[in-house]
Design a protein around this ligand. Sequence first.
Ligand code: AMP
Ligand code: MG
Length: 269
Amino acid sequence: MNNAVSKLMVPLEKKIRLGDIDPADTHGLTKEDAAAALVKNLERLSLLQYLLYAEGRRSVLVVLQGIDAGGKDGTIRRVMSGLNPQGVRVTPFKVPEGAEKRHDYLWRIHRALPEYGEIGIFNRSHYEDVLVVRVHGLVPKSVWSRRYRQINEFERMLSESGVTIVKFLLFISKEEQARRFRERLEDKERSWKFSPSDLKEREYWDAYIEAYEDMLTKCNSDYAPWYVIPANRKWFRNLAVAQILVETLKGMKLQYPKPSADLSKIQFE
Ligand code: AMP
Ligand code: MG
């Protein structure tokens, strides 16, 4: 899997074509191997989270993007299940309303950032402002096309301020999306999740792919890298995301702070 992780990273300064990526790819792994590897990675993640909290000087921001039924909720449920809820901040981003509409598009993003010591998870993000907004022409092209640069500058500032950013595009095929919609409709416990707007969005599939490709190419950097996760197989998706998070946190070389007390002088009766 280690080798696969680097393959999932979007190469810098190269135009990515999603058509070249197989959403059903499992990089030679079997479901059984993946289950064991996931457990191990979740344990590691839990230790690393503790270290991040103990150090208390930096944070991690996980950005999740993906088409409807791409598995953003499922990834959060499964991959974050081993984390201590006290150190995690999950924020879903919906259609902007109220005060969000009365500010620049990054305002709500900035407010939702994790504090130092925490892991923040964005279920959708500022990237909606170059995805849905672009696909539906909610603002003119002259406005959304500037946002790639603005987002890069914003993410650079965050990274220089101690925020480690890691971004995932959960990539499923159009057929897999249809299968998941059907499943949702047929399942009493999940039909509530289905919204008629999902079908409407499906008609814009190609426009979304184009917008994803631009986002992946223009907003990819060593300080805020994108990973494209083949997500047709949920078990592969979960393992890939977990492993990349582990590698990312390991790369931070987190350290326990020095104890504030002089331990040699502490005595108990
Ligand atoms: P869901 O994630 O299924 O709860 O849906 C949230 C909806 O909010 C999606 O249809 C997104 O496209 C939409 N959304 C999120 N951010 C924005 C934004 N900045 N502008 C317009 N729509 C957005
Ligand atoms: Mg939805």
